[in-house]
Design a protein around this ligand. Structure first.
Ligand code: KIV
Length: 289
């Protein structure tokens, strides 16, 4: 377990012992060799400095996902998420991490219009946050944008299958690839984005068979969420995996039940405040004897 020394001038917490170099884009890309990934890539979402500190020692990549719209801001979807939100949370996560590669989602409306629009938005995200990569959703239609960005020094994580920013077009958040035509399109989307230069891909909410096929077909690492254990890595929304929500999608495994534990702690605090048993002498400033 790391301990941290806080630099109060920058709010930067320095872990002790200080880890080595931050994981790089080529290091993630090269995890997959000849179609195989010996050591699966561990990715979790993070939106805040403290969560980044806690997750960083365990993760290869931290994703500042636009899922923060629902998780942090209580929005109905990722569609209202703005570049300002992504930049603020991205910078916090970079400040709270030392080891993991930080990738920040490009929000809806910030990249789809043209490769030039995508470049402006991605450059702003990278300049304001210090992250190493951006993630964008979409398949063949976004391939020219991925190529434009990667040729100009912006590492891109692709995202295919269930693409939540397209929820209105898709009609919901159900798994994709239930018929042969859609399955074939998802596989060709993944290939197009990988060939365009993405250094890894997220495959979300697809039938297991399709995820396995994508992982076998593309030569960059494929990180699954609601996909397949055969993927080259896995990602989950941290708050889902910690059990902070009553309802989670079927593909989430809850590794804790933090919602109950927070409820218990808040209830104990409320009781002690009402009984006047908190604060005690231990938590009270008194003149030294
Ligand atoms: O926004 C997000 O958190 C994501 C992950 C679910 C992959 O895109």
């Amino acid at each position: 377990m790391s301990t941290f020394t806080m630099d109060t001038s920058t709010s930067r917490a320095t872990p002790s012992p200080v880890p080595g170099r931050r994981t790089t884009v080529p290091a993630i890309r090269d995890r997959k060799q000849d179609g195989r990934t010996e050591q699966p890539i561990v990715m979790l979402t993070a939106y805040t400095m403290r969560m980044a500190q806690l997750l960083d020692p365990h993760c290869d990549m931290l994703l500042v996902g636009d899922s923060l719209g629902q998780v942090i801001y209580g929005l109905p979807s990722t569609i209202p998420v703005t570049l300002e939100m992504m930049c603020a949370h991205g910078a916090a996560v970079v400040r709270g991490s030392w080891h993991a590669l930080v990738a920040v989602d490009m929000p809806f409306g910030s990249y789809e219009a043209s490769p030039e629009q995508a470049f402006q938005s991605a450059a702003r995200i990278m300049q304001e946050t210090g992250c190493a990569a951006v993630k964008l959703e979409g398949g063949e239609a976004m391939a020219s944008t991925v190529s434009f960005l990667t040729q100009r020094g912006i590492p891109v994580v692709g995202h295919v299958g269930l693409t939540p920013q397209a929820v209105n077009a898709l009609g919901g958040y159900g798994p994709r690839g239930r018929n042969q035509l859609e399955a074939a399109r998802i596989v060709s989307d993944a290939s197009a984005i990988a060939q365009a230069g993405a250094f890894c891909l997220v495959a979300e909410g697809v039938m297991e068979e399709i995820a396995t096929k994508i992982a076998k077909t593309v030569d960059v690492p494929v990180i699954g969420i609601g996909a397949s254990a055969e993927c080259d890595g896995q990602v989950l929304v941290t708050e889902d995996m910690l059990g902070l929500f009553e309802r989670t999608p079927r593909f989430v495994k809850r590794y804790d039940d933090l919602a109950s534990r927070i409820g218990e702690a808040a209830s104990a605090y409320a009781r002690e405040v009402r009984e006047r048993t908190f604060p005690t002498a231990d938590q009270t400033y008194r003149p030294k004897p």
